[in-house]
Ligand binder design. Structure first.
Ligand code: NDP
Length: 241
């Protein structure tokens, strides 16, 4: 029986690469997106992967959406919490809306998505939860107090949930990407990327979404069954934690 992998933010960027990698590896895949129907439709037409629209910052929507995925594909074996946003600004100028949007989408979504699947995983004695955090959750980043707080929070969540579920066949790990060439990074001014970021990346280039996807695929595999509560940095040597 093919395992079911649910990828939030699975239609674009890093999430898209993860969805496609899991599909290629033989998983049944569900990709969740928020609002960009055009990107989701293109993704569906190009890959045939099932797409679902809901807001991961909304607990009731997650409960309902996951129930639909499970009715369509079967119980969720692998959950990749990848959906994320930025709303950058210096803290002294930051609005409550900027703060809450980032905390709710990047961090509260982990409660919203994990809570509906964890009991089933425990009963079945198997589960893989992979949280896509960030280098900026590890080291902090000016202009991103909201994002750094959310991403660091993901790391604490990952360790605590790993402890609670290690004896139930469930692993919980985090991946911290460095700067990866996606819409999120393409939205930054090119001179900042080329002059302020790339020179700090030891391998001398941005990462590719596939390079995160391969790591997620490994963490989901049976080969990674002894890895839990870990934070794996995939950042070209930009920050060694
Ligand atoms: P993108 O902006 O390219 O894609 C984001 C995806 O998340 C889209 O599919 C989007 O849906 C979805 N999404 C956003 N908000 C919600 C929501 N509320 N509910 C459901 N889905 C949502 O992001 P990246 O691929 O660049 O980033 C993916 C993850 O990796 C994020 O968590 C990000 O913080 C993290 N990361 C990225 C880095 C980078 O350099 N790119 C570096 C470090 C970490 P829609 O298409 O509808 O908007």
């Amino acid at each position: 029986m093919k395992k079911v992998a649910l990828i939030t933010g699975g239609t674009r960027g890093i999430g898209r690469a993860i969805s496609e990698a899991f599909q290629k590896a033989g998983y049944r895949v569900a990709a969740v997106y928020a609002a960009n129907d055009a990107a989701a439709q293109t993704f569906y037409q190009q890959t045939g992967i099932a797409v679902y629209q809901w807001d991961v910052s909304d607990f009731a929507a997650c409960q309902q959406g996951i129930a639909q995925v499970e009715a369509d594909l079967g119980p969720v074996d692998i959950l990749v919490n990848n959906a994320g946003i930025t709303r950058d600004g210096m803290f002294h100028k930051m609005s409550l809306e900027q703060w809450q949007a980032v905390i709710n989408t990047n961090l509260s979504s982990l409660f919203n998505m994990c809570r509906p699947v964890i009991e089933g995983m425990r009963e079945r004695g198997f589960g893989r939860i992979i949280n896509i955090s960030s280098i900026n959750g590890q080291k902090g980043q000016a202009g991103q107090t909201n994002y750094s707080a959310a991403k660091a929070g993901e790391l604490g969540f990952t360790k605590a949930l790993a402890m609670e579920n290690a004896r139930k066949g469930i692993t919980v790990n985090a991946i911290c990407p460095g700067y990866i060439a996606t819409d999120m990074v393409n939205a930054m001014p090119a001179d900042i990327v080329n002059e302020k970021i790339v020179p700090h990346i030891l391998v001398g280039r941005l990462g590719q979404p596939d390079e995160i996807a391969r790591c997620a695929l490994f963490l989901a595999s049976d080969d990674a069954g002894y890895i839990t509560g870990s934070t794996i940095s995939v950042n070209g040597g930009q920050y060694m934690a």
